[in-house]
Design a protein around this ligand. Structure first.
Ligand code: 1CP
Length: 340
């Protein structure tokens, strides 16, 4: 079979070594990225297929990673569906009129494929340029996107989001259904254009208790994941070790694990699932020998799962030295995998 290591590992097949890529590999830690982005606002760069192709290719060229991830952002489909959202430098996504009640829901209309023609065009260009390297498409999960919509921007405690969830559950579920529909159609556009694997980022789900997750969030993530089962699906959260089985049950082929839980323990919690992770992005600032030991440990612990995709436990930090990431790739590439 000619399937990529990434797809084989995602399907829980034993591979000669783990495939490796990094969340946020395309972006701020690369000097060539900062150069291309000079003077171009973030969301504008996401809408220009030539820039998307170039920025997506940069880490593939530099590191020789086993997968590309589309250069985009989780708020791109919201913007394309008519929400007034910007990405402010040094802040993140900022929503001009936050969603606070039933009357605001009308503003969340469905996303038509024609709204994101720039994504289709960029992916066609990428598939041609990438050759045998697979492309990962992605979207924000309904809860993480809803947090930006309700809070109006980045939030530490997600207090308005939780207040809405508990005080007005009907409004909450309608909000998440609408966001899930946008997310699902955004992912379908990426699959139709040629993405080989998709990742659903629920970066802020770790703010929730297991029962909140089960009741208010999981059904909506499950509806997104059920609709896109034609490609392997990675489901990732940060601080979600306590409800990893629910994230698997929501419809993941691969469960993303942050650095808090060793992969062999994660494998016990979600038996039969492939795993992705889980080097602490902060460890990349430690001495070289420390990084080497951590990489080897994670490769070894990953053998407890039927398939393992080597990654960080969350995104590359902006001030990471690209040479350290290059060395991690080299070391994973030299490792023996789960075969035999
Ligand atoms: O000017 C800049 O360079 C802006 C920085 C930046 C970049 C490079 C933002 C703003 N988004 C991105 C690209 C991006 N966003 C990618 C690119 C592909 C890759 O991984 O290489 C991806 C996958 C995302 C996804 C994303 N955006 C997530 C989920 C992943 C994660 O790290 O948890 C989240 C939460 C966002 C929101 C967002 N966008 C940008 C920032 C600074 C943030 C976080 C703000 C916050 O703290 O809430």
């Amino acid at each position: 079979m000619n399937e990529s290591l990434l797809v084989r590992a995602s399907r829980g097949q034993r591979t000669e070594r783990p495939p490796v890529w990094f969340m946020r590999q395309a972006g701020r830690s690369l000097p060539e990225y900062r150069k291309v982005r000079e003077g171009v606002p973030m969301l504008e760069s996401c809408q220009r297929p030539d820039m998307v192709v170039e920025i997506t290719m940069q880490p593939v060229r530099r590191y020789g990673v086993d997968a590309a991830i589309l250069f985009s952002d989780i708020v791109v489909p919201l913007k394309a569906a008519g929400i007034d959202v910007e990405i402010q430098p040094g802040v993140g996504p900022v929503v001009a009129s936050p969603v606070r009640g039933a009357a605001d829901l009308e503003r969340l209309r469905p996303l038509e494929p024609g709204d994101v023609g720039f994504i289709t065009e960029a992916i066609h260009g990428l598939v041609a340029e990438l050759g045998s390297t697979p492309l990962i498409g992605f979207a924000g999960a309904p809860f993480t996107l809803a947090s930006y919509l309700v809070e109006g921007g980045p939030s530490r405690h997600h207090e308005r989001t939780k207040a809405l969830m508990h005080s007005e559950p009907a409004v909450w579920h309608e909000l998440l259904s609408r966001v899930a529909a946008i997310t699902a159609s955004f992912l379908q556009v990426q699959i139709d254009a040629g993405a080989s694997v998709i990742q659903l980022f629920d970066s802020w789900a770790g703010a929730l208790s297991e029962s909140e997750y089960r009741r208010y969030v999981m059904p909506h993530s499950a509806s997104v994941l059920a609709g896109i089962a034609s490609v392997p699906r990675i489901h990732f959260g940060v601080g979600t070790s306590e409800f990893l089985p629910l994230m698997a049950e929501a419809g993941a082929d691969v469960v993303g694990v942050d650095w808090r839980l060793p992969l062999d323990e994660a494998a016990r919690r979600v038996p039969g699932k492939a795993l992705q992770g889980n080097l602490d992005p902060a460890i990349l600032f430690a001495d070289r020998a420390v990084v080497d030991v951590e990489v080897d440990r994670i490769v070894a612990e990953g053998r407890a799962a039927p398939g393992h995709i080597f990654n960080l436990g969350h995104g590359v930090l902006p001030s990471t030295d690209p040479d350290v990431l290059a060395r991690v790739v080299e070391r994973v590439h030299a490792a023996g995998g789960t075969e035999g």
